[in-house]
Design a binder for this molecule. Structure first.
Ligand SMILES: Nc1ncnc2c1ncn2[C@@H]1O[C@H](COP(=O)(O)OP(=O)(O)OP(=O)(O)O)[C@@H](O)[C@H]1O
Length: 219
């Protein structure tokens, strides 16, 4: 597989505490990864740095899909192709379809094209029946699926999912887990910070473990 993203060195520290200091960090195109590690190991922070929501402690450059770009300030080319999904996604109080289409509208798209893409994504995520529900009152699992649909419509090359099944159980958890392989089948790279054994056990998934500031690769 070819690398989608490669960074020679990526370091994050808070004061004296080094959260991670990674060398030759790379993610392959069209691959799925779980990122594990104990509470506080720095999993969320690593995803947030890759998504431009947090800055690395030292300047870092990323080779992404053929271009070499700084990670900070975060360039438009990365924002276009990398999407981060929070474990407890924020919902705008407007409507479920507006939440799903929000990123497309922000990119200046409108009209039938957005409507159709939003409809397809809502069907994919199994949230079409929630179109008239108050987005802020959805359950945790429903919010997570709306957030995945909101990410999917942007057709990102890299999805960073922060504990997508945290606080979910039963069917809600299974519904979210079932969506992940379909994203990978579309050729997207997916990285999930998680503790969920069922996600870690998904077929073909690669395991990364953050421990003592270093990333261990496990098969
Ligand atoms: N702005 C900040 N200033 C100082 N320390 C911070 C800051 N943000 C995060 N940390 C610390 O960095 C560490 C890593 O946090 P992070 O949320 O990345 O861990 P995690 O591996 O995702 O943990 P969990 O599995 O509990 O979600 C934690 O100890 C946290 O307190």
């Amino acid at each position: 597989m070819t690398a989608l993203l490669a960074i020679d060195r990526l370091r994050k520290a808070y004061g004296q505490r080094v959260l991670f200091d990674l060398h030759n960090f790379a993610l392959d195109a069209g691959a799925a990864y779980v990122l594990t590690g104990v509470n506080g190991a720095g999993k969320s922070t690593l995803l947030r740095v890759l998504a431009g929501l947090d800055a690395p402690s030292e300047p870092a450059h990323v080779r992404f899909h053929g271009s070499t770009l700084p990670l900070h300030p975060y360039p438009r080319q990365l924002r276009q192709h990398i999407v981060y999904v929070h474990q407890d996604p924020i919902m705008f109080s407007t409507s479920v379809p507006h939440n799903v289409g929000y990123g497309l509208l922000a990119r200046g798209l409108h009209g039938d094209e957005v409507r159709e893409t939003v409809e397809q994504a809502m069907a994919w995520a199994g949230v079409a029946h929630l179109r008239d529900s108050d987005p802020t009152r959805l359950s945790g699992g429903e919010k997570q699926r709306v957030a995945l649909a909101r990410a999917k419509v942007l057709e990102p090359r890299l999805l960073l999912l922060d504990e997508p099944t945290a606080n979910l159980d039963g069917p809600a958890r299974e519904q979210v887990i079932a969506l992940i392989p379909t994203l990978v089948a579309e050729g997207r790279t997916v990285v999930m910070a998680c503790h969920d054994r069922d996600l870690i056990g998904l077929p073909g998934i690669r395991r990364l473990k953050l421990r003592d500031g270093l990333l261990e690769s496990r098969t």
